[in-house]
Design a protein around this ligand. Structure first.
Ligand SMILES: Nc1ncnc2c1ncn2[C@@H]1O[C@H](COP(=O)(O)OP(=O)(O)O)[C@@H](O)[C@H]1O
Ligand code: SF4
Ligand SMILES: [Mg+2]
Length: 395
């Protein structure tokens, strides 16, 4: 057991069953699987930024989702501060595991019907961190009064029209009903406006808004997600995660959907929060240049496998795996060395029927077909804290 590790993930696997055509399903009992994660192990230390990198579809998000309990693994072990935790207990609400996730798209991860303040407050409410407060009551009352107001308006309009179409005492009754219901709708409208004006702010949320650079916090509190920029929305997602005081923050490509101008700001914010709160961060990215500047440790993933991992300095200075080297050399306009290892041509391997032996062998510039296509290389420590899975590492 590594005493410094906050989490250890051992032999993690995730195979997704995939649908077959109905004809094939009748005659075949075999099911195909997407080998999204195929036996990966890594550890993240306290106060460390661990970057998980790889091309699209290599299994990064699936790893993140499993670690916060959003998906169940096919196999594997999860150890939190030296204690083995069953994967089905990883949902933070159920126990003391303090991990939170920030998703790639801040627009779909925030509730569009809630103000930014309520989005963050809601996170405290569902984790039972705040009692049934005035703010919660306001949210509930606003929701109900809005609903009743709309229904009353529709019914009163309907009755009003009916009162003109029919004759006799029923017409009077209908007209009276429409007046009463319209009055109720009017009263609720004023009550709803009053609730909006007499906004009750939650102090903890305000403090977080100031901390993540959304100021004046009082103004941002009552804005809706569509009223702010992508960068500001992602800051709110960060506030929503940080307010629960996690020990591990998982950031799944948090800047990839943002304008280039916002990206540096979000990365700086994450770095300063990591220092202030002593967080460990699992930072997922397909951009190696970001990993190089942001991370302490880095792991390179290829079709569900880890092909190389180590500390950022040694991995970028002297990559051992041909895939890592090709990725590094393809980073545009960097001070990193340029060489003959262009990013391999061809498609990323099929995760349903991955290549035999080394999964990278169909694209590898130094492949030895005899060995590489038959025997799968193990991830071994070639240099101190520098691991590689290759029969011919670039030493
Ligand atoms: N729910 C699912 N059902 C079937 N296949 C899935 C599912 N989720 C992800 N996959 C597949 O698993 C692989 C890894 O996906 P993902 O973890 O999202 O990759 P990344 O985040 O690295 O782009 C991909 O081939 C993807 O198509
Ligand atoms: S094991 Fe063989 S095919 Fe795979 S990366 Fe190493 S040299 Fe290339
Ligand atoms: Mg992803």
């Amino acid at each position: 057991m590594n005493l410094e590790s906050l989490i250890e993930v051992k032999n993690l696997k995730k195979y997704f069953p995939v649908g077959q055509g109905s004809f094939k399903r009748i005659f075949s009992k075999e099911t195909d699987f997407v080998h999204a994660i195929d036996d990966i192990s890594f550890a993240i230390k306290k106060n460390e930024i661990f970057c998980l990198c790889g091309e699209s579809g290599c299994g990064k998000s699936t790893t993140a989702n499993i670690l916060v309990g959003l998906d169940k693994p096919t196999a594997g072990e999860f150890i939190w501060e030296g204690i083995s935790i069953p994967f089905n207990e990883l949902i933070p609400k159920k126990n003391d595991i303090k991990s939170q996730i920030i998703f790639q798209n801040p627009f779909s991860s925030l509730n569009p019907r809630m103000t930014l303040g309520d989005n963050v407050l809601h996170s405290l409410i569902i984790h039972d961190k705040v009692r049934y407060s005035d703010t919660q009551r306001r949210i509930r009352n606003a929701k109900y009064s809005e609903m009743i107001m709309v229904i009353s308006t529709i019914i009163s309009s309907f009755l009003f029209i009916i009162s003109f179409l029919i004759k006799g005492p029923l017409a009077n009754f209908s007209a009276l009903g429409s007046i009463i219901l319209f009055s109720i709708a009017l009263i609720l409208y004023f009550y709803f406006s009053w609730l909006q004006k007499n906004k009750i702010l939650d102090k903890t949320v305000l403090e977080k808004f100031n901390e993540i650079g959304l100021s004046p916090a009082e103004q941002f509190y009552f804005k809706y997600p569509h009223e702010v920029s992508g960068g500001e929305r992602q800051r709110v997602s960060i506030a929503r995660a940080i307010i629960l005081q996690p020990d591990l923050l998982i950031a799944d490509e948090p800047t990839s959907m943002l304008d280039v101008s916002c990206r540096a700001g979000i990365l700086d914010l994450l770095k300063s929060l990591q220092k202030i709160h002593g967080l460990a961060i699992l930072f997922i990215t397909h951009d190696l240049a970001t990993a190089r500047h942001f991370g302490d440790q880095v792991a390179i993933m290829y079709v569900g496998k880890l092909v190389e991992k180590g500390d950022v300095k040694s991995l970028f200075l002297k990559p051992l795996h041909p895939y890592t080297r090709a990725l590094i050399e393809s980073i545009p306009s960097t001070s990193l060395r340029k060489g003959d290892f262009n990013l391999p041509k061809g498609e990323v391997a099929d995760a349903i029927h991955p290549p035999t032996g080394c999964r990278f062998h169909p694209r590898c510039p130094i492949v030895d077909y005899e060995l590489c296509s038959k025997i799968e290389p193990e991830l071994i420590e070639k240099q101190q804290n520098h691991w590689v899975a290759c029969h011919y590492p670039l030493l």
